[in-house]
Design a protein around this ligand. Structure first.
Ligand code: SF4
Length: 440
């Protein structure tokens, strides 16, 4: 029996697909390369952006034919899109061939739901008790060695006015520190070399445990594990990033000099209406502090254009902040209107052609910064964790520096899974090219 998973959205979802794969493999299913060969197809959805949602509906339509040709095919839908109000009734009326609908917090019910549908092909499982509580003991089929992801906190308490996440994923819920540390230790023992700690806002990790646990404390605990490995984390809400966290990065050689600090906008007025609870000045002071405590740090960000009411001046303030903050890269996107959020009904929705103009200008501005930072790296040697072979070029591999830069490099042995010193010879905007000079 074969399974196929369609994953949409962010890193959290990619990791959740590993949990789905783990449960299915425990039931005896094996992965297949094409949907047409699957006995069960899972859509692991994401509702953060409208474009992802449209893509999912389009794709679900194509599986209808597969179902017509194979009546035993099971189609399941899970992920946060299913948790939006009204989605279940839309699925029932427009996509009646979907057998199972679960969310994020009740995904551990998947094996039970599959068995029920297998026992009676007329049965459907639509469970709306989405926030039952995520189980950490679920089996995992990790697919990305030498990298691995570990959830440390679920949900979000922040209610940024454009964001659907707190509405669908519920309030923050931290895992016990001892559980996180033992999962990280076990991954290191299994040979994983880079572990990314995941949460919508990792900086608030521990506050709900009420026992003094903090994110900085977790980093120090993990940083003290012996061995050669790297720890990254994402995402960090700027309002909650403390000096202790920056110090933990500085004091632990295994914690990467790399911070993803989503700014979203460079305008105080827009930040206030986004309910981000920091100002442009405070954010820039934080960047200054990070750079003073962490030389060579790579800082990345998320930036949105076209938030309701964003004026030309607001947008220019964002471009100015991008130049000042000197991000090594930025995930730039157009504001997407999400039903159920306060921003949905805000006045001053920016017309689409104007949003397009702004995103192009933002990308150009960020590219100029990235290009300049890349050029400064040429001629220097960086330690790179080799993650994969580059399929386009023989004897060429790709990996990341500690500060998060992507490097393609030539190497006369297969270094995948190893740390390699790489001399950067050429910078092509976001990507760096070089050659291995010495094995670690
Ligand atoms: S911090 Fe804001 S943007 Fe991030 S998940 Fe929470 S509400 Fe959404």
């Amino acid at each position: 029996m074969n399974y196929y998973i369609n994953t949409y959205g962010c890193q959290m979802n990619i990791h959740e697909s590993e949990k789905i794969a783990g449960m299915l493999e425990d039931m005896g299913y094996i992965p297949c390369a094409e949907e047409k060969d699957a006995d069960i197809i899972v859509f692991n959805t994401c509702c953060i952006r409208e474009t992802a949602e449209q893509k999912i509906y389009g794709h679900m339509g194509t599986t209808k034919k597969l179902k017509q040709n194979n009546k035993d095919l099971i189609i399941a839908m899970c992920g946060c899109m299913t948790q939006q109000e009204g989605i279940q009734s839309t699925i029932k009326s427009k996509y009646p061939y979907i057998d199972i609908v679960l969310g994020t917090g009740n995904i551990s019910m998947l094996p039970q739901a599959v068995n029920r549908v297998r026992a009676n092909r007329k049965d459907k499982v639509f469970d709306e008790n989405y926030l039952k509580g995520t189980e950490d003991s679920m089996p995992l089929a990790r697919t990305s060695a030498p990298n691995a992801w570990v959830n440390i906190i679920y949900g979000c308490n922040n209610f940024c006015s454009y964001c659907i996440v707190p509405h669908v994923r519920g309030r923050e819920h931290s895992r016990k520190m001892s559980d996180v540390v033992s999962e990280v230790k076990s991954l290191i023992a299994q040979g994983y070399k880079e572990i990314t700690l995941l949460g919508q806002n990792v900086n608030s990790y521990g506050h709900d445990l009420n026992d003094g646990t903090t994110f900085a404390g977790l980093l120090n605990e993990i940083g003290a594990i012996p061995g050669k490995f790297r720890i990254r984390f994402m995402s960090s809400h700027p309002k909650d990033l403390t000096d202790d966290v920056i110090a933990a990065i500085a004091n632990n050689k295994n914690i990467c000099n790399n911070i993803h600090l989503p700014v979203q906008s460079g305008s105080d007025d827009v930040l206030r209406r986004m309910n981000r609870r920091y100002t442009r000045q405070r954010y820039l002071e934080q960047i200054k502090k990070i750079r003073s405590m962490l030389p060579d740090v790579g800082i990345t960000t998320d930036i949105m254009v076209g938030f309701p009411g964003e004026t030309e001046q607001d947008f220019q303030d964002t471009l100015d902040l991008v130049r000042q903050a000197e991000y090594s890269s930025a995930f730039c996107f157009i504001y997407s209107r999400r039903k159920g959020t306060p921003a949905y009904s805000m006045e001053g929705q920016v017309p689409y052609p104007e949003k397009q103009r702004r995103i192009q200008l933002l990308l150009k501005t960020q590219n100029e910064v990235t290009k300049r930072l890349s050029a400064e790296m040429v001629g220097k040697v960086y330690e790179v964790l080799a993650e994969d072979a580059n399929p386009k070029y023989p004897d060429t591999y790709c990996g990341r520096t500690e500060n998060g830069r992507l490097v393609n490099f030539r190497c006369d042995f297969n270094p995948v899974g190893q740390f390699v010193d790489v001399l950067i010879e050429q910078a092509r905007s976001a990507t760096l090219w070089g050659r291995a000079v010495k094995e670690d």
